[in-house]
Design a protein around this ligand. Structure first.
Ligand code: G16
Ligand code: MG
Length: 218
């Protein structure tokens, strides 16, 4: 029986991936690395440090930890400047009505994100009050596909994993949810998220009540 819903942030609630991409592209340009939107797929859902290591590997470059630091800092400053321009209009279609239904029906909700800026983004979108528990990149030691982020979320909701359903757009996130023993719903395309129990293109396809009923049958 599903009693709690755990949401990934980027790609599920809001498309911040495009801002991460713009900020990483600026870093890539500084370093003379050719970095396309397709390369960016690999950076989704992984931590800032790990994403930078991937970017460096695309350019065949190696830097010491000390040398990486200023780039990571600049990337984050650039990303935050973009995020701080964001409005509630950037919440992905159907997400707000679905959160409202969950709240009205007293379901438990948590955020499970790799981002250290998750709270800032939620605040910016006025969505913080919809989550009882927020697990972000400051709290987890092991990145997705490790289940830590979702297990922490379930624990703080006071629910066993089998009573939780996770929404994820990244393959590593679906893997993390399954490793946690939870129901995993992919947001996006089926071929990318084959490990998921169900894949939906987004929250906008049906009424929030109909979607909830469909999920409760999983
Ligand atoms: C998000 C993004 C990743 C990003 C990571 C860390 O994770 O998908 O691309 O690298 O957060 O973000 P930050 O630099 O803000 O700490 P999620 O789990 O919300 O999809
Ligand atoms: Mg994501």
């Amino acid at each position: 029986e599903i009693k709690g819903f755990i949401f990934d942030l980027d790609g599920v609630i809001v498309d911040t991936a495009k801002y991460h991409f713009i900020a990483w592209q600026a870093v890539a340009r500084e370093l003379g690395i050719d970095f396309t939107e397709e390369d960016n797929e690999a950076l989704k859902g992984v931590s800032r440090k790990k994403a930078f290591d991937l970017l460096l590997s695309f350019g065949g470059l190696t830097l010491t930890e000390d040398e990486k630091e200023p780039f990571l800092e600049r990337k984050n400053r650039h990303y935050l400047a973009l995020v701080d321009q964001m409005g509630t209009g950037e919440i992905l279609p159907g997400v707000l009505p679905f959160l409202e239904v969950l709240q009205r029906k007293n379901y438990k909700t948590a955020l499970g994100s790799a981002s250290k800026n998750a709270r800032r983004v939620l605040d910016r979108l006025n969505l913080t009050p919809f989550f009882q528990v927020i697990i972000d990149g400051n709290r987890v030691k092991k990145a997705k596909p490790d289940p830590e982020v979702f297990l922490l979320g379930a624990g703080e909701l006071g629910l066993p994993p089998e009573n939780c359903l996770v929404f994820e757009d990244a393959r590593a996130g679906i893997a993390a949810a399954k490793a946690a023993g939870m129901i995993a719903v992919g947001i996006g395309k089926r071929d990318q998220l084959s490990q998921a129990d169900l894949v939906i293109p987004g929250f906008y396809q049906e009424s929030p009540e109909a979607l909830l009923q469909r999920l409760l049958r999983l």
